[in-house]
Every structure is written in C-alpha cells, then in structure tokens.
Design a protein around this ligand. Structure first.
Ligand SMILES: Cc1ncc(COP(=O)(O)O)c(C=O)c1O
Length: 383
C-alpha cells in the first residue's frame, strides 16, 4: 500500500527516550509513567490523569468508580467502536443505544431523553472523529436525571468545546493511545477526572486492587508488604509506553496543525464534487481531526461504498470505515434484539462513509495522491 490508512510519527525523540527506559532496567509502570501523567494533566488542565493500558480500560474503570450495577442502563451512541458498548456489558448492565446526528455523527442529543428509564445511571458520549459533542445540552440532561457523564475521547486529543479542552468537562474522560490515534504509545489510555476519590480508586484498581502506590513495591522507596483492597485489574501503563507518550504529547500542537492543513486540502478538493460530502466543524468546537470521514452521495454514483473502497485500494490508498454501528453486530442484535433500521441515521450514514488517511507523517505528495485517487474514482463512476 503506497499510502496506508495510518503511519505513526515516531522520531529520534521517542526512540532515544525508549532506549533510555530500556537501559534504566525499569520497564513496567514507574517514574516515566508518573511524569507522563503529570505532563498530561498540565496539558489538559485536569486535576488527575490516570495512565492505563487502553481507553477500554479507562472506560471500564470509569463505570466501575461511578458505581454501575447489574441490570442498570448506560446510554451510548450506536455509531461507535464496540469498546464503548462492551464495557457496559462487563457489569451485566445494558448499553442503551441512541441514533446520531446526520451532520456530526455525534449522539443525537434530542433523542437522549426518550432513552432514559428509571434504570439509567450514566451517559457515555463519543466525540466522533475528534469533534466534541454538544456538552452543554448533555450535561444539562445528565443533571436533571442525576446521571454520570463519561466522555469517550478516544479521538479527541486535543479538542475544545466552547473554549474548554476536552478532558475537563464530564465526570470522567477517557483517551486512547492506540497506534492510529492522535497521540500513540502503540497501546495505552488515560482517564482524567477532577474527583479525588475516583482518581485514587482507579489508581488502586489498575494494579490488582493493591493499596497505594503498588508500582513502587520493587523500588528502594517501596516495601514488599501490600494489601489488596478489592479484586482489581491489570490495567497499568508501562514506562516503555510512557517514554513514547511523553514525546508524542510535546508534539501534539505540531501534529494538530498538520492535520488541519491536510483537512483544508481535502475539503478544497472534494467540495468541487456533488458526488461527495465533506465533513464539517461546528462553530462552538475545535475539532481534533482524528478522522477525515468523507461521505458519498451514492445516488450520484454507480458504485457502492464498498466498491469505492476497493477502487481506492487498487490505487494503493488505504482507508477504513468508522464505524459499523454497534446495533448491526450479531452480539448486540442477538442479545438486545436491535434491528438494522432501529437507528436510521446511523444505518444510512454507515453505508456511505469512508475514512481517508489523515496523519502528520503524510507528505504533500501523499495528500495529492489521495486527492487524485478519490477524484479519479468519482469521475470514472459518476452516473
Ligand atoms: C470511539 C472509541 N472508543 C474506544 C476505543 C478503544 O480504544 P483502545 O483501543 O485504546 O482501548 C476506540 C478505539 O478505536 C474508539 O474508536
């Protein structure tokens, strides 16, 4: 593939820090993870940052510390990755799906209230592709119904809503550092919160439920003695991941500027075609542009979205689809009886979306190649 869907941006900064970590002999969670947490808090402006093995772990611990119980309900958008839904199932609780807005693919806030029942305890909203949801309206509904708000911010680093950085608004915010994400440590995640008790409990739960600072037990400051406070998890980050993360964090402004520039080039090129619909940015937000989701006006083309993807592949361009809505997957269909037309907006949008390559390592030439390939397919297959 000449232009794969994603390539991480790793330079000498990350590799020398990595080497330093390996040579230090401290490979698992340790001083670098702690400094990554501190730097992350500084960058986001959050009181607490808890470094974890993934965003999925952050979502899981988030639900755990707010106290989700079996048979309760958590509202989530259907247009998301399965991680957002599966963590609810870990509690034997129900992920209650809500359709999305046509324009942003974020959860349709006007449909949240009708999904609330006496069993609803929380909302997990997803800032789709990096574009923040309408947080004021979500928080207002959550307050009225006494619901917790957990933000799935896997895509939104950095992003702003009405000038406030994502990571400081909801009760708990969960970030992903998976390889394709705006900040990558290969695998990894972070939970941010202003709540001291939740932060402390997440720190204990990420290392088997062991009492305070379990990671220090093999250091000179630590002790062999520990107590297990509850049945926890193995969800800690490692210093190997944090070494990469620290330098990725410093580069975020530079990454963000490059992403914006690529988006500008794509928008300029694709807005010339009535067969294509370009993504938009709401006036009250600053988009992280993790994804560039192009929409096909299928009625003006004589190929399907899947064929369009194949045509791009034949031109050596890697793409993806975000997302196959949760309610279309067999597990959720069979367990909760969801049908494909239960969420018509997500279903329709799913059939016409393609995520194009969008990452700081793309050269001007790569961007041109993607544009040329997309335009070529449109010209060849327009009705
Ligand atoms: C919206 C969303 N939430 C959660 C996740 C899970 O992230 P992680 O792989 O870090 O667990 C992803 C990953 O792609 C995602 O896209």
């Amino acid at each position: 593939m000449k232009i794969p869907f994603h390539k991480p941006y790793i330079t000498e900064d990350e590799t020398s820090e990595l080497l330093d970590t390996v040579k230090s002999g401290w490979l698992t969670m340790g001083p670098k993870t702690i400094s990554f947490e501190k730097e992350f808090s500084c960058y986001i402006g959050s009181k607490h940052s808890i470094a974890l093995s993934s965003c999925t772990a952050a979502l899981h611990l988030g639900l755990k510390v707010v106290g989700i119980r079996p048979q309760e309900e958590v509202i989530i958008p259907t247009m998301t990755f399965t991680a957002t839904a599966e963590v609810v199932c870990y509690f034997n609780a129900k992920p209650v799906l809500v359709d999305v807005e046509r324009d942003t693919h974020n959860m349709d806030v006007s449909k949240i209230e009708s999904a609330i029942t006496p069993k609803t305890r929380a909302i997990i909203e997803v800032h789709y592709g990096g574009q923040p949801c309408d947080m004021d309206r979500i928080l207002e509904i959550a307050k009225r119904y006494y619901l917790f708000v957990i933000e799935d911010a896997a895509h939104s680093l950095p992003a702003w809503y009405n000038g406030e950085k994502i990571g400081t608004i909801g009760d708990i915010t969960c970030f992903s550092f998976y390889v394709t994400k705006p900040l990558s440590t290969g695998e990894g995640g972070m939970a941010t919160t202003e709540n001291d008790d939740w932060a402390e409990r997440m720190k204990i739960l990420r290392l088997h439920g062991i009492s305070k600072d379990a990671w220090k037990r093999y250091s000179s400051e630590g002790s062999w003695y520990y107590e297990v406070m509850e049945a926890g998890y193995k969800y800690n980050m490692t210093d190997i991941q944090a070494a990469i993360g620290l330098h990725q964090l410093y580069k975020l402004p530079q990454f963000q500027a490059r992403r914006r520039e690529i988006v500008r080039r794509y928008n300029e090129a694709f807005s010339q075609f009535e067969e294509l619909q370009i993504p938009t940015e709401q006036p009250e937000v600053e988009h992280a542009w993790h994804l560039y989701v192009l929409r096909l006006n299928l009625e003006l083309l004589n190929i399907s979205r899947n064929q369009f993807i194949e045509e791009l592949k034949a031109r050596n361009i890697g793409t993806s689809v975000h997302f196959i809505p949760v309610h279309l997957h067999p597990y959720y269909r069979n367990k909760y009886g969801y049908k494909h037309d239960d969420f018509p907006v997500a279903y329709r949008e799913y059939q016409r979306i393609i995520s194009l390559p969008l990452y700081p390592r793309m050269t001007g030439r790569d961007v041109n190649d993607v544009i040329e390939a997309v335009c070529d397919v449109v010209e060849k297959f327009r009705r």
